[in-house]
Design a protein around this ligand. Sequence first.
Ligand SMILES: CC(=O)[C@@H](O)[C@H](O)COP(=O)(O)O
Ligand SMILES: NCC(=O)COP(=O)(O)O
Length: 237
Amino acid sequence: MTKLSVNINKIATLRNSRGGNVPNLLKVAQDIERFGAQGITIHPRPDERHIRYQDARDLKNIVKTEYNIEGNPVKSFMDLVLQVKPTQVTLVPDADDAITSNAGWDTITHHSFLKEVIQEFQQNGIRTSIFIDTDLRLMEAAAKTGTDRIELYTEHFASEFEKGNKNAVKPYTEAAILAHKLGLGINAGHDLSLQNIQFFKENIPNLAEVSIGHALISESLYLGLENVVNMYLNKLQ
Ligand SMILES: CC(=O)[C@@H](O)[C@H](O)COP(=O)(O)O
Ligand SMILES: NCC(=O)COP(=O)(O)O
């Protein structure tokens, strides 16, 4: 079975756009768990444009399933994660000004840095995962960092799948086979959606977990729209 961890960044984006507490991020996390999701993911960015560092602390007492915090392990992020102690930390090499995550780690160039931070998280009882592309040399280097898992960066697969190119899943399949042989757990995420998730799952052996946010929240809005418009119409009769 592959676990679904719902990324709630976009709920925080909506909340922050009005300055109040609607929608209530903590309640949304609780409800997502009640609906059956097996994890909650957040990706606090240094500018706190969606998830705030305080949200990460508040969610610690709320999330009863698997709590996954993603981000670039700069000092403020490391301090936050070591304080909150989530189930899992996913290391992502984000530039401060990136609109969204747009690359995996070069695990060869950054090998000693990754090894050091991974050790620190693991010594504090936090499972680690490295956001990574499908290059097999990078996968081998990832294993040497001592990380528990990798997260396959699926943006390329998702965009190619949308164009009808199903072969785009092949490098992900090969990367997953190697990762499993190397003893790594396999996560995946970025632009996974209702359109592509089943095909992806069917082609990735030993897929432990997917984290999905942007599409899942957009789909939820769209699939809920008719219901809510009708609820308003009923009240206006
Ligand atoms: C690590 C990753 O794949 C990203 O998708 C990220 O978690 C989403 O971040 P934003 O919501 O800021 O785009
Ligand atoms: N790790 C990926 C994630 O949490 C969500 O990515 P996306 O679905 O918002 O692209």
